[in-house]
Ligand binder design. Structure first.
Ligand code: 5GP
Length: 140
C-alpha cells in the first residue's frame, strides 16, 4: 500500500490543518487526539512519511518509541495516572483509520473505562490538557 501525502496527519505536519500540539523534536511530533478515549490522550507520529509499522524503517520506529516513553511518563505525571495504554493499529483490517504511523498514549486510572469512540473534545479542554503535559515535561 502506498503512502498518501494528503492524509490528515501529513496535513497537520505541514500546518495545513490545526492541531493542539504538545511536543516535538527533530524526528517526532505529539498532539492531542481530537476524539480522546481518555483525558490526556495523545498521538505520537514520525515527521517523515510512512503508513504504519509495516513500512516504517528502524529510525522511524526507534524515534517514535523514545517519544512514546517520554510522553507516557509525562501524561502519567500530568494526570496522576496509575498506568498508560499504548495502542497502534495497522491497515484498515487492523483498525487503522489515518494512514500515517501513529501511537496512541492513554493515561489510565483505577476503575475508569475508556470513553466511547467518536466524541469530539472541546478545544479549550484539549488546550488545557496539552498545557498540563507540557508542564510535566518541563518539570522532568
Ligand atoms: P486510528 O487510525 O489509530 O484507528 O485512529 C486515528 C485517530 O486519530 C483517532 O483516535 C482519531 O480520534 C484521531 N483523529 C482523527 N482525525 C483527527 C484530526 O483531525 N486531528 C486529531 N488531532 N486527531 C484526529
Amino acid at each position: 500500500m502506498r503512502y498518501d501525502p494528503d492524509n490528515i496527519f501529513a496535513k497537520i505536519l505541514r500546518d495545513e490543518l490545526p492541531a493542539t500540539r504538545v511536543y516535538e523534536d527533530d524526528a517526532t511530533l505529539v498532539f492531542m487526539d481530537i476524539m480522546p478515549r481518555a483525558d490526556g490522550h495523545v498521538l505520537v507520529i514520525p515527521k517523515t512519511p510512512c503508513r504504519n509499522i509495516l513500512d516504517a524503517d528502524q529510525e522511524q520506529l526507534s524515534t517514535c518509541m523514545a517519544t512514546v516513553q517520554k510522553l507516557s511518563r509525562a501524561v502519567m505525571k500530568a494526570f496522576g495516572a496509575g498506568g498508560v495504554t499504548v495502542q497502534q493499529f495497522n491497515e484498515t483490517i487492523g483498525g487503522q483509520e489515518v494512514f500515517h504511523l501513529h501511537f496512541h498514549i492513554l493515561p489510565r486510572h483505577e476503575g475508569v473505562s475508556l470513553m466511547p469512540p467518536g466524541q469530539m473534545a472541546d478545544k479549550d479542554v484539549l488546550a488545557a490538557n496539552a498545557e498540563k503535559i507540557r508542564a510535566a515535561l518541563t518539570e522532568g
